[in-house]
Design a protein around this ligand. Structure first.
Ligand code: GCB
Length: 603
């Protein structure tokens, strides 16, 4: 299955990049005149000629930037625009524009011409725009963004019009969806222009074939794009972390051997953590004897195996101690924020976690780079949250997000499992065929990593787990069920995990458990919503986890959630989901210290 490459734009001797991040002009389309921007061609002229504009930072969600509730709660089209100049030296190059992610549907115009559109947030898309650019003149880029979710988008949602005239004389629209995190929207990740030679490296795939103490064998393959491909040959070189050349090969694909390889290890399993080599791919024009495009890709030498009781990295069994998380920051929403991102890694290291799940969507490439470097294990999830119907159109959209995710993250050592979704209605018979199809696709896209799906239906009713390599479950004993009865948790969790394992003979990860706690709220005896109850609930779960680990098939625990995060307005959520071990400001609750003590002891 060949998709075109989506390599992160990295400057090199042959490549330049230019960021379009910064302040853009912005306007939302009126609910009652949603198509006005298209009818009046807002993309064909400066936006302020057509509509009142405000300033909007990119990358960021637009929701929390202003004082206007209409912008925070906007449903439908929002318009972004800015101008830029290009260096003259780019005239002879192939120029592309790449968006790290736009939630959820985007249409892009360059100088008034539509150049691409993309649906599905959280994943990058790129398009070649050379022929639409002006050199020596101002260029305009316009992006129309639509955050509407339907039963056929990933994730799903539906628009409801409340029109009971007795209660709402004016009526109102609501975007409903099956998840609890705020539906942030906008241009969420960097917008990057890049120039490459006309014959360029389009994609690289790298895999560890085999490893012994003295030899690591790497398989690589390269896809070329553009004109006159036949004129070029490929040189592959591997450099170690000290930039020393350690191995090389020629050709579009092949195997390269590294002597005494430094393996990529996750945190806590070896002194050497997150060791990365660099694969340098270089094109060479033999006839003219000149060098062509150059791209450098960091990669790790490591292999994954799995069976009915475990997942193994480089032959050693893994125990996931980590978090369910969100990309969620004050004011920025889901926009890339390097400060929060870096702080979060420091907190995860402080607490001695070794892993996280990208609940409930793919996280930024900037974030994933640090997971590779710092040796965090990542369960990489697509935005298929709470799926509740399973028709062909949805299947199509779901498969597309998985193709794009695997394409983006296939070379990352940190990614050790693909998660095809979270908490679907997997008790429905129709979901069996649906998930069978999805798992087969992912195995075809990448056979080197196990596939999971995060489940929350009773094991007796679920029909999806049979297709998975690893079973992930979310269970809120003592919180959503038997609220306040912490004394039941240990028994219930042991019974639960055992039931899943016995039914399927597969390893199990508890990917969510937890309690909401308002920082600073205390009672004794503990009651729900206090920091005290959060800790008691953890303690009771830990007892279960310890026993289950001894039984041999629990391979991880991930608390929900790393930090408090924004939700839609609900009477049972005081501005957010408060199950964070850290507050939204990234300060520790009592639970953080408690968890740290446990994670430090777990190996
Ligand atoms: C879940 C969901 C997660 C929610 C959590 C909760 O099961 O997977 O997205 O935030 O419960 O706190 O309700």
């Amino acid at each position: 299955i060949h998709a075109s490459g989506i390599l992160y734009p990295r400057p090199s001797e042959s490549r330049e990049t230019l960021t379009l991040d910064g302040i853009w002009k912005f306007a939302i389309a009126n609910r009652t005149e949603q198509n006005k921007g298209f009818k009046d061609k807002w993309y064909a002229a400066p936006l302020h000629h057509n509509v009142e504009v405000i300033d909007m930072p990119v990358p960021s969600s637009y929701n929390d930037i202003t004082q206007d509730a209409n912008i925070r709660d906007h449903i439908g089209w929002a318009w972004y625009q800015r101008d830029f100049f290009l260096p003259k030296s780019w005239k002879s190059q192939q120029v592309s524009i790449r968006f790290g992610s736009v939630n959820y549907y985007a249409v892009v115009w360059i100088n008034g011409v539509e150049v691409t559109n993309h649906s599905g947030g959280y994943l990058p898309f790129e398009v070649k725009i050379t022929e639409h650019l002006k050199f020596g003149h101002l260029n305009w880029i316009t992006v129309a963004v639509n955050n509407t979710l339907t039963p056929w988008t990933i994730p799903q949602g539906k628009i409801v019009y409340h029109n009971d005239s007795q209660r709402y004389p004016a009526g109102y629209y609501e975007q409903q969806y099956n998840f609890d995190f705020f539906n942030f929207a906008g241009i969420h990740r960097p917008v990057i222009l890049s120039a490459t030679p006309k014959t360029y490296i389009d994609d690289i795939t790298i895999n560890t074939t085999s490893v012994t103490d003295s030899l690591g064998v790497i398989f690589y393959s390269v896809e070329l794009g553009g004109s006159k491909i036949a004129a070029y040959s490929v040189i592959a070189e591997i450099y170690d972390a000290q930039h020393r050349l350690v191995a090389q090969a020629k050709g579009l694909k092949g195997e390269i051997s590294i002597n005494n390889p430094n393996l990529w290890w996750p945190r806590g399993m070896n002194e050497s953590v997150g060791y990365l080599y660099t694969l340098k791919i270089q094109l060479w024009n033999d006839a003219k004897n000149v060098e062509g495009d150059i791209y450098r890709l960091p990669f790790g030498v490591r292999f994954i195996e799995w069976n009915s009781t475990g997942v193994y990295i480089n032959g050693k069994s893994v125990y996931f101690k980590g978090f369910g998380r969100h990309e969620d920051a004050i004011l920025r929403g889901r926009g890339l924020d390097l400060v929060t991102l870096t702080k979060d890694y420091n907190l995860m290291r402080w607490i001695e976690a070794n892993s996280f799940r990208t609940s409930h969507y793919p996280y930024s490439e900037e974030l994933m780079d640090l997971a590779d470097q710092q040796g965090f294990l990542v369960i990489d999830e697509v935005p298929a949250v709470g799926l509740d119907n399973f028709d062909d159109e949805l299947l199509e959209a779901h498969m597309q997000t998985l193709k794009e995710l695997v394409q983006r993250d296939k070379n990352r050592p940190a990614v050790v499992m693909w998660s095809i979704g979270n908490e679907p209605q997997s008790q429905k018979q129709v979901s069996a065929h649906y998930f069978d199809t999805i798992v087969k696709l992912v195995h075809r896209l990448d056979s080197s990593r196990p596939v999971t799906l995060v489940l929350n239906k009773p094991s007796s009713q679920d029909v999806a787990a049979q297709f998975l390599d690893v079973i992930c479950i979310n269970r809120y004993f003592g919180w959503y069920s038997d609220t306040g009865h912490s004394e039941l948790i240990t028994y219930q969790m042991i019974k639960e995990v055992t039931a899943w394992h016995e039914k399927h003979l597969k390893p199990v990860v508890v990917t969510e458990y937890g309690a909401g706690a308002l920082a600073g709220l205390h009672t004794d005896p503990p009651v729900v919503w206090t920091e005290d109850y959060q800790v008691v609930l953890m303690e009771q779960n830990f007892k279960a986890f310890d026993q289950l680990r001894e039984m041999g098939y629990l391979i991880g625990e991930m608390i929900w959630n790393f930090a408090d995060f924004a939700t839609p307005q609900e009477y049972f959520r005081p501005t957010g989901c408060m199950k964070g071990v850290f507050t939204r400001e990234r300060q520790p609750k009592f639970a953080a210290h408690f968890l740290r003590r446990r994670y430090a002891q777990l190996t």
